[in-house]
Design a protein around this ligand. Structure first.
Ligand SMILES: [Zn+2]
Length: 216
């Protein structure tokens, strides 16, 4: 497990201007070139539409580049500090995500768990997966994605404490190189009160516990 609390290189802002579209024509040309480079015929029937399909897929994979993750948190509800409506802890487990490893342009997929201790703001639970989805739809590293999710939530919600855990399997690990089929990578980012070891341990137990245990 790797855990990082250092300041990330990127603060979660968009990496190219909103509205700047992905150049599908360039992707198609590049994919044709790759197919030719491996000795295939890009014009044979099975491959003729492949560049177009890949361009479509890449547009989806990287659509988060043009989206500001903080835009999902603008509708947060504000309460006075200490208000009962805020609750003590919000924990959303098992948020499915898919991202693309920037070293190999292969997918890594898994689940995110997000916990925060509200200060004055809470947000609709559906907004947290949107933040994850936006930041995951960029060329990423799991460690940086974890930090960027934490930074966006810290900025957008200003909680007293925050914990983000990502548990993912990487296609670049199971499909090539060492080919570890069953290994998953866990990364964690914490802020504020949830950086403390005892608090963190408690949340990790909640994340790891069976639903039935938590339900009561
Ligand atoms: Zn990789």
């Amino acid at each position: 497990m790797s855990r990082k609390e250092s300041a990330p290189a990127n603060d979660g802002e968009t990496r190219h201007a909103p509205g700047q579209s992905i150049d599908r024509g360039r992707i198609e040309a590049a994919v044709s070139e790759i197919l030719a480079a491996i000795g295939e015929d890009p014009t044979r029937p099975g491959l003729v539409s492949t560049p177009e399909r890949i361009a479509q897929a890449y547009s989806e994979f990287f659509e988060g580049l043009a989206v500001d993750p903080l835009s999902h948190l603008t509708g947060s509800a504000e309460f006075p500090e200490g208000s009962e409506e805020l609750g003590e802890l919000v924990l959303l487990r098992d948020i499915d995500f898919r991202s693309i490893c920037e070293h190999h342009l292969l997918p890594f997929t898994g689940v995110a768990h997000i916990a925060y201790v509200p200060r004055t703001r809470i947000v609709g639970l559906g907004k947290l997966p949107r933040v994850v989805e936006t930041l995951a739809a960029r060329p990423q590293l799991q460690e940086r994605l974890t930090e960027e999710i934490a930074d966006a939530l810290q900025t957008g919600l200003d909680p007293l404490g925050l914990l983000v855990v990502l548990d993912a399997t990487h296609a670049c690990v199971w499909s090539r190189g060492v080919r570890q089929l069953n290994s998953s990578t866990v990364t964690m980012a914490t802020r504020g009160t949830l950086s403390e070891a005892t608090e963190r341990t408690e949340i990790m137990a909640l994340i790891g516990s069976a639903r039935s245990e938590v339900a009561s």
